[in-house]
Design a protein around this ligand. Structure first.
Ligand code: SOE
Length: 382
């Protein structure tokens, strides 16, 4: 098995999910590469050393340029805040490294376009960590749709609800809270949460043609951790939009960090002419399926427990009946990336796929600003 030296940029929540994926992947999947946790790079040297020791990284850097320039690094994985993605990804691609990037790809489609250009002109393997595609139940939904079981799709409904920013005492900016700082994050829940819903939606149901949206910033100013001053809040706290897909189906999307009681409730529902599907992140190992073609006396919603070996990814895990969780989605993504890379191809979602999501999030923010329907940038089937 060929070793693949990983340079990880970032040690936050996502640095942990990605490091865990690379550490675990060979224990459960037969992939042609053995990822080696070579370098951990983050700004705070002491914390970077602690993180590296805990996860088994061989070296620590505080300047990402040294990782990108290291001849022995094969793959640069970007798990740092959104404002760093473009510069690091472009430099890594130019240095001939494989590049993986946490979502969203850029802070807006213009940044993402430059990133796509860089990886495509360098011809390097690339992928964006939209991990929810790799929940086995969501992958099963994809299989059922692709098999035509739902028939013509009429409706797509997605929500991503959280409640962690309701307090007006919560500051913005700095480590842990950069998601509240528009300059760093690019946007609020549109880029952070709706981006997940949009990525899954276009993968399952094709491109989104046009949107009309409304957003709100409930808390207008917060103390900034870096300046110590109370500053205006530039992010959207809640974002809702209606959409028309290229296939003619209609959709509603909602994301908020102000839904008291909901911590990370990502739900989706798809209604087709023959059948419907519901999935819920808080019950992620189940898929609800209703098929109108069932015998009418027995017709009803099936709650499928996705733990059998013929369910997507599940033969790699435990025995039937025993479920897996959130962290496994990242391990699946690492496995798919490494298998594809060994064959000289990309596993989805590529940077180009993620750019299509950024065209939609840009259109959502534009529509919320001018209160009109906005046509989405280049519409290509995913
Ligand atoms: C925000 O709280 C967040 O951590 C997102 O940034 C992730 O992408 C999402 O999966 C969970 O929520």
């Amino acid at each position: 098995m060929k070793e693949l030296n990983v340079g990880m940029i970032g040690y936050g929540f996502m640095g942990r999910t990605h490091s865990n994926a690379f550490s675990q992947v060979n224990h459960f999947f037969d992939v042609p590469y053995q990822p080696v946790l070579k370098t951990l790079c983050a700004r705070n040297a002491e914390r970077a050393r602690d993180f590296a020791a805990r996860w088994g990284y061989e070296r620590v850097e505080t300047d990402w340029r040294r990782v990108v320039e290291s001849p022995d690094i094969d793959l640069v994985d970007i798990a740092s805040p959104n404002d760093t993605h473009a510069e690091i990804a472009i430099a890594a691609a130019r240095a001939g490294k494989m590049v993986m990037c946490e979502k969203p790809l850029g802070r807006n489609a213009a940044e993402s376009e430059a990133m796509v250009k860089a990886v495509e002109s360098a011809g390097v393997r690339n992928m964006v960590w939209y991990n929810y595609r790799r929940v086995p139940a969501v992958m099963l939904a994809k299989q059922l749709i692709d098999e035509g079981r739902l028939g013509r799709i009429f409706h797509y409904r997605a929500k991503f609800l959280q409640d962690w920013t309701i307090s007006s005492d919560l500051p913005q900016g700095g480590e842990g809270l950069w998601r509240l700082d528009a300059a760093v994050a690019g946007s609020g829940v549109t880029g952070d949460l709706l981006a997940h819903c949009i990525d899954t939606a276009m993968w399952l149901n094709g491109g989104i043609a046009e949107v009309t949206a409304t957003t709100e910033t409930f808390i207008k100013s917060r103390r900034h951790n870096l300046t110590g001053k109370v500053e205006p809040v530039g992010i959207d706290d809640a974002s809702l939009f209606l959409a028309r897909f290229g296939n003619g189906s209609l959709a509603t999307f909602e994301a908020t960090r102000y839904a008291r009681g909901h911590k990370a409730l990502y739900t989706l529902e798809i209604n087709g002419e023959n059948a419907s599907i519901i999935w819920d992140l808080h019950d992620l190992h189940r898929l609800q399926y209703f098929d109108h073609r069932d015998e009418s006396r027995l017709r009803g919603w099936r709650s499928i427990h996705i733990t059998d070996s013929d369910h997507p990814y599940m033969k790699h895990w435990w025995v039937p009946g025993l479920q897996i969780g959130y962290e496994h989605t990242f391990i699946h993504q690492a496995a798919d990336f490494l298998s594809a890379a060994a064959e000289g191809t990309n596993a989805a979602p590529t940077f180009r796929d993620a750019l299509r999501t950024d065209y939609v999030t840009d259109a959502v923010l534009e529509s919320a600003g001018n209160r009109s329907w906005v046509k989405v940038g280049p519409l290509e089937a995913k």
